[in-house]
Write a protein that binds this ligand. Structure first.
Ligand SMILES: Nc1ncnc2c1ncn2[C@@H]1O[C@H](COP(=O)(O)OP(=O)(O)OP(=O)(O)O)[C@@H](O)[C@H]1O
Ligand SMILES: [Mg+2]
Length: 471
């Protein structure tokens, strides 16, 4: 069948609708192309006929084309690409249907295609936006004006322990039936436009862990200022909250510690005489007597008690720091020399990334060394054998940060909250004072110690120290 290129009304209609139309005969040869198809491809009718360029539209879907031809079965709305004269591939939505004559006999096929570029572009923008959203570690949830969840990024999945697929397109109150407070805030934002920033909330996640979040609500509007709903963000502050609580406790303990310091001091004196008498008694026994072993144990246990008291006194009554100006790089170098044989022994790769420029702080060198050694020793003890500890230092114009990053087992969240508490230890031989003393020393220097860790993912301890004032 051929359409004549005269001024027929049908042809005018076919040319005016924004759909590309191509017809094929039973051999697959093009018999008709409308104006829209010509404009879209950039090829003239004769060229298309001649080169069958438009045939490429069906290149990927040839099978469907022949199926339609053989079975008379139509296929609607599949996505495809149409080649154009300038070499671009135009995204199109194509349908193929049988072409029938007046006697309902199939005389070929008709393919229609709609330019899908705008939808394709919007889809790319949407994919791009959701990619960005998924890279944000905070939880982001979007809700339409009727409180139906329309977006749920990876951060939200991780923080709330839910899969986007199971919550999307469900009502917020159905997914979070107990979160009345948050629901009220969302409702207020939706109805009055009032936005909330950094509201503290507590949630119990699926594993039953109590989590602390800062939530923020924002009105979502499009370019035409139409309300699209609300964006809700969740920031996980569980670890900070725990650390703060533990710091407060450690302050309280410091007061108790000060009171106890006097007592500890008093214990040391009788302990010294007990030790003296034990040594005297020990000498009275011949070297082969079995009691000798008991004395050895008594004396080593007394040494341990003495050691605890020494650290305890250091903690409760920190000696006045003997401040002097020093390049922190040099302190780290000294500590490296001290610790490298230990690293070798445990087959730990001790990496140092010092700075070229001097980083001058006013510190008590011995105390700061003590802190660095405590942190390195803890990392070694956590790693055990065969691991990596990276020590790095960097500074801005106010302060410096020394990082100790190990690839040990990391610290579970509930343990992390107790790290700086006096006597908190998970080691059979530990006293649990290393970090408490270190924290106290750094605080006395006007700095801070922070820890970033996750169970199974190693730990990073960060020591922050103010730089010395330039005179
Ligand atoms: N890098 C680390 N990786 C994993 N856990 C750590 C790390 N550093 C410290 N910890 C945990 O913190 C606890 C407290 O450390 P802290 O240094 O205060 O005491 P300790 O090492 O147990 O004893 P000590 O007083 O002899 O140092 C440790 O018992 C350990 O459980
Ligand atoms: Mg320790």
């Amino acid at each position: 069948m051929k359409y004549k290129t005269n001024e027929r009304l049908e042809e005018k209609i076919l040319d005016s609708i924004p759909v590309g139309i191509v017809t094929y005969d039973v051999n697959g040869d093009i018999t008709y192309v409308n104006k829209v198809a010509e404009t879209m491809t950039g090829y003239g009718l004769s060229e298309i006929r001649e080169f069958q360029k438009i045939n490429h539209v069906l290149e990927g879907d040839r099978e469907l084309f022949w199926k339609t031809l053989q079975s008379g079965q139509p296929f609607f709305g599949f996505e495809s690409y149409c080649p154009s004269r300038d070499g671009k591939e135009i995204p199109v939505v194509t349908s193929i249907a049988p072409l029938l004559n007046e006697r309902n006999e199939q005389i070929g096929t008709v393919a229609t295609f709609i330019d899908n570029s705008e939808i394709d572009r919007l889809r790319c923008v949407e994919e791009h936006a959701s990619l960005i959203l998924d890279h944000i570690t905070d939880g982001v949830i979007t809700l339409d004006p009727s409180c139906v969840i329309t977006g749920f990024n990876k951060g939200a999945e991780e923080l709330l322990g839910m899969d986007a697929s199971e919550v999307k397109y469900r009502k917020f109150e159905e997914v979070f039936p107990t979160e009345r407070d948050i629901r009220d805030k969302i409702h207020e934002t939706l109805t009055t436009g009032r936005e909330f920033k950094d509201l503290k909330v507590q949630l119990v996640d699926r594993e039953g862990t109590n989590k602390h979040f800062l939530i923020t609500t924002r009105v979502l509007r499009n370019r035409n200022e139409q309300d699209l709903g609300v964006m809700l963000t969740y920031k996980d502050i569980t670890l900070q909250e725990m650390l703060e609580a533990q710091m407060r406790q450690s302050e309280k303990l410091a007061v108790i510690g000060e009171l106890a310091a006097g007592t500890a001091h008093e214990i040391r004196n009788p302990l010294t005489s007990v030790k003296g008498f034990i040594q005297l008694l020990d000498q009275k026994y011949p070297s082969e007597s079995p009691e000798k072993a008991y004395f050895r144990i008594i004396l080593s246990e007394l040494d341990r008690v003495n050691e605890i008291i020494r650290e305890f006194l250091l903690l409760s009554k920190p000696t006045e720091p003997n401040l002097r100006l020093i390049d922190i790089n040099n302190v780290l170098e000294d500590v490296k020399t001290l610790m490298s044989s230990d690293a070798l022994l445990h087959n730990i790769n001790l990496e140092y990334h010092l700075s070229q420029a001097p980083i001058v702080c006013e510190v008590d060198v011995e105390q700061i060394k003590q802190v660095f050694i405590n942190l390195i020793r803890n990392a070694f003890e956590a790693i055990g054998l065969n691991g990596r500890l990276a020590v790095s230092v960097r500074a801005d114009n106010r302060q410096c940060e020394i990082r100790f990053t190990d690839n040990g087992p990391g610290i579970p969240t509930d343990t992390a909250a107790k790290l700086f508490e006096p006597f908190f230890t998970t080691k059979p031989e530990g006293t649990g004072l290393g970090l408490t003393v270190s924290y106290r020393i750094i605080q006395n220097h006007g700095g801070n110690i922070l820890v970033d860790t996750r169970e199974g993912e190693g730990a990073t301890f960060r020591v922050i120290l103010p730089l010395a004032m330039k005179s």
